[in-house]
Ligand binder design. Structure first.
Ligand SMILES: Nc1ncnc2c1ncn2[C@@H]1O[C@H](COP(=O)(O)OP(=O)(O)OP(=O)(O)O)[C@@H](O)[C@H]1O
Length: 262
């Protein structure tokens, strides 16, 4: 029985049930449910202010739910011990990469390894170099500070740090925002390549329709305080939900679809 429960928790690494979140009287989510499958790239979309970032923060345990539950690998994130175990298994890239500006890229990537492992200094150094390479940065980028990087390189440095501890889940908050379309497409490729090679689950908040078409296995739509739909992008194109229709069938949605089909 125990084995069955554990398998289920690994196959559904993120499970949100009946979630309610609020700031004072302002309710952001009400009875929200979501299951993320192991190894998938899940895109999370929704209008501005619909509650995507609040959902991410709640899943990460940075905001306490006002009702319902969030389980990561079957563990309730409100349990402090579970929280620290879970923290070790996830990588997060917030908007702008959220790197320490006073550290080099190499030092930024070393930071989680030094905090969460007992590896030797030399090993940490080598591992960080490997992650920088995996994120598609040139070797000499390691000695640069974030301010000395282009926007695209900064995002890659953010990814290198997020994958430092070999996470089972990678969370990305609007990773392609601010990138030109070519850099954004290269970034999407990087995420898919890393997922295919390393096998982690990806939870990606995005406004970028190209990302949805290019790499997402399923897309969850945050609307009406809930997950209004979760399906493949092809299935969502047939939705009659008003926000989904105007999002996917508007000019930008049609362009992204055409690009994918060409
Ligand atoms: N700390 C806070 N205090 C009060 N209200 C907040 C707080 N953080 C977020 N909110 C509110 O919660 C709602 C959802 O915000 P959230 O940032 O999750 O939206 P979002 O879907 O990520 O939007 P965007 O796509 O514009 O980034 C908004 O109305 C926002 O004003």
């Amino acid at each position: 029985m125990r084995a069955l429960v554990e398998t289920d928790a690994e196959d559904v690494p993120i499970r949100v049930k009946g979630l309610r979140t609020a700031f004072g009287d302002k309710v952001i989510h009400e009875d929200l449910g979501l299951e993320v499958k192991r190894g998938e790239i899940l895109g999370v979309v929704g209008g501005s202010g619909s509650g995507k970032s609040v959902l991410l923060n709640t899943i990460l345990g940075l905001k306490q739910p006002d009702g319902g539950s969030v389980e990561i690998f079957g563990q309730d994130i409100r349990d402090p011990q579970a929280h620290s175990e879970v923290e070790r298994r996830i990588g997060v890239m917030f908007q702008q990469g959220a790197l320490f500006s006073f550290l080099t890229v190499q030092e930024n990537v070393e930071a989680p390894l030094l905090e969460h492992t007992k590896l030797t200094r030399e090993y940490v150094h080598d591992l960080a170099r490997l992650k920088i390479k995996l994120a598609g940065l040139p070797e000499d980028a390691g000695c640069l500070k974030p301010a000395e990087l282009s926007g695209g390189m900064r995002k890659r440095a953010g990814v290198a740090r997020a994958i430092a501890l070999d996470p089972d889940i990678l969370f990305l908050d609007e990773p392609t925002a601010g990138l030109d379309p070519i850099a954004a497409a290269e970034f999407d490729d990087l995420i898919r390549t890393l997922r295919d090679a390393l096998g982690f689950t990806v939870f990606i908040i995005t406004h970028d329709l190209d990302t949805l078409y290019a790499i997402c296995d399923r897309v969850a739509v945050v609307a009406d305080k809930k997950i209004a739909a979760v399906a493949t992008i092809k299935e969502l194109e047939r939705s009659d939900h008003p926000w989904i229709r105007s999002y996917l069938l508007g000019p930008r949605g049609r362009a992204a679809k055409k690009e994918k089909e060409s």
